[in-house]
Design a protein around this ligand. Structure first.
Ligand code: FES
Length: 164
């Protein structure tokens, strides 16, 4: 399966080894694995479970509970729309409806091409300039429908990097 070929087992083993003795090790371990690999590979779950003396179901339950943890490789460009109050007051609800329609996906979804994913976020520290959007590593303010189209079009003309 292609998904399994994309992750670095050695690096994941190192992360597991370096985090398994921490208090409440599971969440920091999962965060570190996702930061490193972009997602939590399915075949890493038994390794994680064994290192913490937990069942695979327990580990899987935690991964599934938090939307933050991805179980498949990420899109090449991640788009997040701020849903916090200041951005809502400046039109983020309308923007998110437009973004879903344009990309053809809902929140926590990914386009079939794997070019874009769409997620909600709660404040990007750019409250005075809402609606705010993060695309890849860039936070952009005052995003209306036209600006959103430009951001997506610009992203398509550049090499798309995996964003975590
Ligand atoms: S409320 Fe949207 S950036 Fe803070």
């Amino acid at each position: 399966m292609a998904e399994q070929a994309q992750w670095d087992r050695q690096r994941v083993s190192e992360i597991i080894h370096s985090t398994k003795s921490m208090a409440g090790a599971l969440l920091p371990m999962l965060h570190a694995i996702q930061d490193s690999q972009g997602y939590i590979p399915k075949d890493a779950v038994p390794m994680i479970a064994e290192s913490l003396n937990q069942t695979r179901a327990e580990v899987h339950g935690v991964i599934s509970f938090y939307h933050h943890f991805r179980q498949t490789p990420p899109a090449r460009k991640r788009i997040e729309i701020c849903r916090a109050e200041a951005c809502q007051a400046r039109g983020s609800r309308e923007l998110e409806a437009y973004a879903k329609e344009k990309l053809g996906i809902s929140y926590h979804g990914m386009t079939a091409s794997r070019d874009f994913s769409l997620d909600p976020v709660y404040c990007l520290g750019n409250c005075a300039c809402g609606p705010s959007v993060r695309i890849g590593d860039e936070v952009v303010g005052r995003v209306d429908k036209t600006r959103f189209d430009e951001l997506v079009d610009d992203a398509m003309t550049l090499p798309l990097e995996i964003s975590s």
